[in-house]
Ligand binder design. Structure first.
Ligand code: ADP
Length: 310
C-alpha cells in the first residue's frame, strides 16, 4: 500500500507538470503567434486537463481507495468474528462449569448426609452410594467427551488417517454396542454394502457411529429396533442410523448439533447424556468433509445421514 501511495503521488506531480508545460506552450510561449485567450486553445487545455484529472482520479480510486475500503470491511468482519468466537468461548466455559457443578453438588451433598449419620442405616447407605456412583460416572463421561472434543478441535487430524472399510468399522462398532442395546431390549439391525472404502481416521469414524447408535438406542422405547445402513450413490457413500424412538420436534433440528443442546433436558439427563454427543458427531463429519443431515418426526423416530466422498 505504501508503494501505491508513492506511485500515486509521483503520477499526480508528473500529470500537473505536463499540464503546466501544455499551458505554457498554449498560452505563454513567445514563439507562438496568438491572440490572448484564444478560445480554441482554452478548450484544448480544458479538455486535456479535465480528461487527465478524471483518468488520474479513477486510477487512484481503483488502485488505492477501493482496496482500502475492502481492507476496512474485512477488518470489521474479522473483529465481529473474533467477538462472536469470544462470546461462544465464554458461553462454553459457563456451560462446562454448570455441567460439572451439578453432579459435584449432588455428590458432595450425599457424602455430607452420609457423614452426618445416614451411613448408619444400611438401606439409605446403599441408595446414596448408588446415586454417588451414577453421578460420578456422569462426570467421567462428561470429561471424556470434553477431551474428545478438544482433541478433535486441537489436533484436527489424528495419527491413524488411512483408507479403511466402512463395513468392517460398523460391524465392529455394532458388536461393542450389542450389550447396551440388549439391556434395553433394542435390536441393532444392519444392511451394509460390501466393499465401501473411505479415507480418514477409523477411530474417529467409530466414535461417530458409537454416538449415533447409542443415541438411537437411548431414545428408543424398550423392544424397538435400530437400523444401520450404508448406500452407495455414485462416488459417495451414505451411512444412516434410523430409530423408531421418541423423535425430535422440527424446531429443535437446527440447534441439535450445538454443544450442550438437549431437546428434553430432564429426559436426556435421565438417559445419562452429556449433551456433547452430536456436537462430536458434527466435528468428526467435518473432519471427513462429510455431509450431515437429520430427519425426524415426533413419536415416529429419527434418521441421521452421514454422506462421505469416496
Ligand atoms: P445427549 O448426550 O444428551 O444425548 P447429544 O448431543 O447426543 O446429547 O444429543 C442432543 C440431544 O438431541 C439429546 O439430548 C436428545 O434430546 C436429542 N437426540 C439425539 N439423538 C436422538 C435420537 N436418536 N432420537 C431422539 N432424540 C435424539
Amino acid at each position: 500500500m505504501k508503494n501505491k501511495f508513492i506511485i500515486a503521488a509521483v503520477e499526480t506531480v508528473v500529470f500537473h507538470l505536463l499540464c503546466l508545460y501544455l499551458g505554457y506552450k498554449l498560452f505563454l510561449d513567445p514563439g507562438e503567434a496568438r491572440t490572448f485567450f484564444d478560445e480554441s486553445r482554452i478548450w484544448i487545455f480544458a479538455i486535456v486537463y479535465g480528461a487527465g484529472t478524471m483518468l488520474l482520479g479513477l486510477h487512484i480510486y481503483v488502485n488505492m481507495v477501493k482496496p482500502i475500503i475492502k481492507a476496512q470491511s474485512e477488518l470489521e468482519k474479522a473483529a465481529e468474528e473474533s467477538k462472536k468466537a469470544e462470546s461462544i468461548r465464554k458461553e462454553f466455559v459457563a456451560n462446562v462449569s454448570h455441567e460439572l457443578k451439578t453432579p459435584l453438588t449432588s455428590i458432595s451433598g450425599f457424602i455430607e448426609t452420609l457423614q452426618q449419620g445416614a451411613a448408619e442405616d444400611p438401606e439409605i447407605r446403599t441408595r446414596f452410594i448408588d446415586i454417588i456412583a451414577i453421578e460420578t460416572s456422569r462426570l467421567k463421561r462428561l470429561i471424556q467427551d470434553l477431551l474428545v472434543l478438544s482433541d478433535i478441535e486441537n489436533r484436527k487430524e489424528s495419527a491413524d488417517v488411512r483408507a479403511f472399510d466402512i463395513k468392517e468399522a460398523i460391524v465392529k462398532t455394532v458388536q461393542t454396542l450389542e450389550p447396551i442395546a440388549a439391556s434395553k431390549d433394542v435390536k441393532l439391525l444392519t444392511d451394509l454394502e460390501t466393499q465401501a472404502t473411505i479415507f480418514g481416521s477409523p477411530d474417529r469414524f467409530r466414535q461417530m457411529m458409537v454416538n449415533l447408535i447409542e443415541n438411537a438406542v437411548k431414545y428408543s422405547d424398550t423392544g424397538g429396533s435400530v437400523w444401520i445402513r450404508t448406500k452407495k450413490e455414485g462416488n459417495r457413500i451414505q451411512v444412516s442410523v434410523r430409530d423408531e424412538g421418541i423423535g425430535i420436534a422440527e424446531e429443535h433440528l437446527d440447534r441439535l448439533f450445538e454443544r450442550f443442546y438437549r431437546v428434553d433436558k430432564s429426559r436426556a439427563a435421565k438417559a445419562g447424556g452429556t449433551g456433547l454427543g452430536l456436537s462430536i458427531v458434527k466435528h468428526i463429519a467435518a473432519l471427513f468433509n462429510a455431509e450431515l443431515k437429520v430427519e425426524s418426526k415426533v413419536g415416529e423416530g429419527t434418521i441421521f445421514y452421514v454422506t462421505f466422498e469416496r
